[in-house]
Ligand binder design. Structure first.
Ligand code: ADP
Ligand code: MG
Length: 713
């Protein structure tokens, strides 16, 4: 019996039983797979493609239906069904009245159906869909059930065997005596069993083949299962990787969305800014147009101006030439002025003496009328006074003779006499020309001589600070010099001024500009030559302060007053007992013409010229005062002697006899110009000292120092 493949793919086993009945048909009218199963297989996609599809659709991964044999309850249920199906077979087998039918089929569609042929059934219960082990199980179950069926109950020996129940008909029972018949029945039954055994052997063999085939299929399916499991693992890994990538991509998408939001905000801001800038640009464009219009106007104006500038340049060049010519001429005139100025000064005398009488101060006794007389000059009252007469009543002379002696008139003549009402400005006007000589390069020395309280300091430094009306010669002279230097700078002259202020007391030199710890301290200063072979003298440890304006000079004068005030507390009225020498080193240069000039201007406030009566009884303080006075008198005498020696052109001039003349030696004689103020007290009580001063001044006034030469280099 060969298996045949039906159109439905079912293998049918056809055969005939021993009883001639048609063999059990192993076929099924139903196909191995139902239509939806066929559709399922045809539509079934590769698991890989399905996973991929799920990934694309973002669906959770659904486990693909396994093509492996079912197990568990489903398999069990199929076996139960099979047992149900086999149940009639069992019955038939027991009764040997039924034919066994079973079918094997293609491994994908096994159908095991037992159809009791006797009942002529063609429709089998719904076949299980799956094949393989399930089929084997079913077959094994069938075999098992077949084995479990006893072939035939063994008859007890000695008992007549029942005739074989063939065809389902029970043979009629033979009578006991019909042994032959019974034997015949038994033989028939034996034959039937033998055929049955043979059939069962064949079936057994067939089933063994099927089992082997099923095992091979199981092995193949196991391999396929492993492959599919590997594939499934790989797909799962891919799916996980895909999920991870998806997660990363989602995070990336979120990040990008966030950035997009930020960028959009930025874009909006930029758009706003762009709008603002566009408006600004429009405004600027408008302004630019306006500026361009103005520029055009300006350019037109500039062109006109340039033409004007060109013509002005030509004019300026012509002016510059003219200016150069005039500058040349001016310089010549300046030099001529200096020459004439010097001539004038020489005509006035290189040594001049001015007499100044101070006014009577409040609280002082009024002098008798006619005590001091200021006779007019030859030209009448309009002439500046140059004469002074002092009327002196000599009481001692009158007492001796018994008759009051008539007052003695002492007449003096000077270059100029200033009566008590003369102001500081009036006095300075007379010396301004002389001060200017210092700028021209001639050394100038101005002295204030007289007894204490006669107005020397007032003349030199001035009255109380802050009142410009009472400013003295020193500040006025410096202001005048600064002013002329400034004017001369227009002609190419450059001037430098360096000031020093020292005090000579008891033949010691002290710096009045000392500051800090040296302030108010005496001594320590020495007069030295500036260098070996140098004619220039300098005071060691004294400050030489460059000055260029009145304010600086004021500061220096204030400092000098403070220094004197400190000294005054230590030694009574030392300022009156010392010479104060204000020196201004003037140096000028005309760089363009290579002309230089340098000369000192000395403004000297001399110590009081009063004398002490040596016949008076002297205490220790008075003896000290006498020594001071002798020193002062000595230095003043030396000054007189020096002037005399210079006037007489003596070979030896005793400069070294006093510190004062030694310090001033370069400003006396030679090309130097000297002016002496003799300050007179208006009081009658001071008449003796006044006469002494006037006599000294008259001697000086008689001196004529040789023609001055400017210190030009
Ligand atoms: P000296 O320096 O000769 O000792 P001062 O210059 O100190 O004398 O003068 C003594 C006093 O007389 C001061 O109070 C001063 O103000 C005053 N005095 C001097 N000369 C004049 C003057 N021309 N006009 C007004 N007051 C003067
Ligand atoms: Mg004084």
């Amino acid at each position: 019996m060969e298996p045949q493949v039906s159109r439905a793919g079912v293998v049918s086993c056809r055969g005939s039983g021993a009883d001639g009945r048609p063999p059990p048909v192993l076929t099924s009218p139903t196909p191995a797979y139902s239509e939806d199963e066929v559709s399922f297989f045809s539509q079934q996609r590769s698991p890989l493609l399905e996973v991929k599809g799920n990934l694309e659709l973002k669906r959770p991964l659904v486990k693909a239906p396994s093509r492996l044999p079912l197990s568990g309850s489903r398999c069990k249920r199929r076996l139960d069904q099979m047992e149900d199906v086999l149940e009639p077979e069992k019955k038939r087998t027991r009764g040997l009245s039924t034919a066994t039918k079973f079918a094997t089929s293609h491994h994908r569609a096994p159908v095991v159906t037992t159809v009791p042929q006797t009942q002529g059934q063609t429709a089998a219960p719904k076949a299980p869909r799956k094949t393989g082990p399930r089929c084997s199980t079913a077959v094994a179950t069938v075999l098992k059930s077949q084995k479990a069926v006893p072939a035939a109950p063994a008859q007890k020996p000695g008992t007549a065997a029942a005739p074989p129940n063939l065809g389902g008909k029970k043979p009629s029972k033979r009578p006991g005596w019909d042994l032959k018949g019974q034997l015949c029945d038994l033989n028939a039954e034996l034959k039937c069993y033998r055929e049955r055994t043979q059939t069962l052997d064949q079936e057994n063999q067939q089933l063994r083949d099927q089992l082997r085939e099923a095992q091979q299929q199981a092995t193949a399916l196991g391999a396929e299962r492993r492959t599919l499991e590997g594939e499934l693992a790989r797909v799962r890994a891919q799916a996980e990787q895909g999920q991870q990538e998806l997660g990363n991509l989602s995070a990336r998408v979120l990040e990008l969305e966030e950035r997009l939001g930020t960028q959009e905000g930025l874009v909006q801001e930029l758009q706003k800014e762009q709008l603002g800038l566009q408006a600004e640009r429009r405004e600027l464009a408008t302004r630019l147009e306006e500026q361009e219009r103005r520029l055009q106007t300006s350019e037109a104006a500039l062109a006109g101006s340039q033409a004007e500038v060109a013509s002005l340049r030509q004019e300026a060049a012509a002016q510059a030439t003219l200016l150069a010519e005039r500058g040349e001429r001016l310089h010549g005139l300046e030099m001529e002025r200096r020459r004439l100025h010097n001539q004038l000064q020489e005509l006035k005398g290189n040594i001049r003496v001015f007499c100044r009488v101070r006014p009577v101060l409040p609280g002082e006794p009024t002098p008798p009328p006619g005590f001091l007389l200021f006779p007019s000059g030859p030209a009448g009252p309009s002439d500046p006074p140059t004469h002074l007469s002092v009327l002196r009543c000599d009481e001692r002379r009158g007492t001796l003779s018994g008759v009051p002696a008539p007052p003695t008139r002492h007449d003096f003549s000077f270059d100029r006499v200033f009566p008590p009402g003369s102001g500081q400005d009036e006095v300075f006007e007379e010396i301004a020309m002389l001060v200017q000589s210092a700028l021209d390069g001639y050394p100038v020395c101005i002295f204030a001589y007289g007894q204490t309280g006669s107005g020397k300091t007032f003349t030199m430094e001035g009255g109380p600070a802050g009142d410009p009306q009472v400013e003295g010669l020193i500040p006025r002279a410096l202001r005048h010099l600064f002013s002329i230097a400034h004017e001369l700078s227009g002609q190419g002259w450059t001037y430098n001024f360096v000031a020093s202020y020292v005090e000579i007391y008891n033949e010691t030199v002290r710096d009045l500009l000392a500051t800090g710890t040296r302030k108010g301290q005496g001594g320590e200063c020495e007069i030295r030559r500036a260098g070996p072979g140098s004619e220039e003298l300098t005071v060691t440890n004294a400050r030489y302060v460059p000055v260029s304006c009145e304010k600086e000079v004021e500061t220096l004068l204030l400092l000098a007053r403070q220094n004197r005030a400190v000294a005054r507390t230590a030694q009574n009225e030392r300022s009156s007992r010392s010479h104060s020498v204000f020196q201004l080193q003037i140096s000028g240069e005309h760089a363009g013409r290579g002309v230089q000039c340098a000369a000192p201007l000395n403004l000297v406030d001399l110590a009081g010229s009063e004398r002490l009566d040596p016949g008076l009884a002297l205490g220790p303080g008075e003896r000290e005062r006498l020594r001071e006075t002798q020193a002062i008198n000595s230095s003043l005498s030396t000054l007189g002697l020096v002037i005399m020696a210079l006037s007489n052109k003596e070979s030896h001039v005793p400069y070294r006899n006093s510190k004062l003349t030694y310090l001033l030696q370069n400003s006396l004689g030679g090309s130097a110009k000297m002016l002496m103020f003799v300050n007179i007290s208006p009081l009658e009580e001071n008449v003796s000292e006044s006469l002494n001063s006037l006599r000294f001044a008259s001697k000086v006034n008689q001196c004529v120092i040789g023609t001055a030469q400017a210190n030009r280099k």
